[in-house]
Design a protein around this ligand. Structure first.
Ligand SMILES: [Zn+2]
Ligand SMILES: [Zn+2]
Length: 160
């Protein structure tokens, strides 16, 4: 979904809650939607600062919570204990994460095979599975080959 469409949804969600859109909130949301996924609050704060130096940390924090509440952001907690946020693309964009323990790179993937396996496990144990969360940890190719420090930015969900 393009940034502009997400902004419209954000503005609509604000209105539904009786909240005004402010230039600070808008700047934060815009930077969030356009940025790489899986930003910590601190990382988003620093990115927003470049656009609007008056934005405070607390406003970034509150806006992220708001984005989460209205279903435009998901909060993730990987092994490093940091809360990270990513824009939600929509229902069909369910994905899992594989994380490099050396450089911290986070890659997204989705697997139909995995979905099927989950359903099978659920059925076997008498459950209907609503959602799942999977995190794989390892060392990425760049780190293994000593290329290191590739951009952490990694866009899109890999179908595997
Ligand atoms: Zn790595
Ligand atoms: Zn993700």
């Amino acid at each position: 979904m393009p940034v502009r469409a997400r902004m419209r949804r954000f503005e609509q969600a604000l209105r539904e809650r009786g909240l005004k859109s402010t230039s600070q909130r808008d700047d934060i949301a815009r930077v969030f939607f356009a940025a790489a996924s899986h930003l910590s609050i601190e990382e988003l704060y620093r990115a927003v600062k470049k656009v609007n130096p008056r934005v405070g940390y607390a406003t970034v924090y509150r806006t992220l919570k708001l984005l989460k509440e209205v279903g435009l952001a998901a909060e993730r907690h990987f092994d490093d204990g940091q809360a990270r946020f990513e824009p939600i693309e929509g229902e069909n964009q369910q994905h899992d994460h594989i994380i490099c323990e050396r450089c911290g790179k986070i890659v997204e993937f989705a697997s139909q095979e995995l979905e099927r396996l989950q359903e099978r496990i659920g059925r076997f144990l008498g459950f209907t599975v609503g959602r799942h969360r999977m995190e794989l940890y390892g060392i990425c190719a760049a780190c293994r080959e000593g290329r290191g420090h590739e951009p952490r930015r990694e866009r899109g969900v890999h179908r595997v």
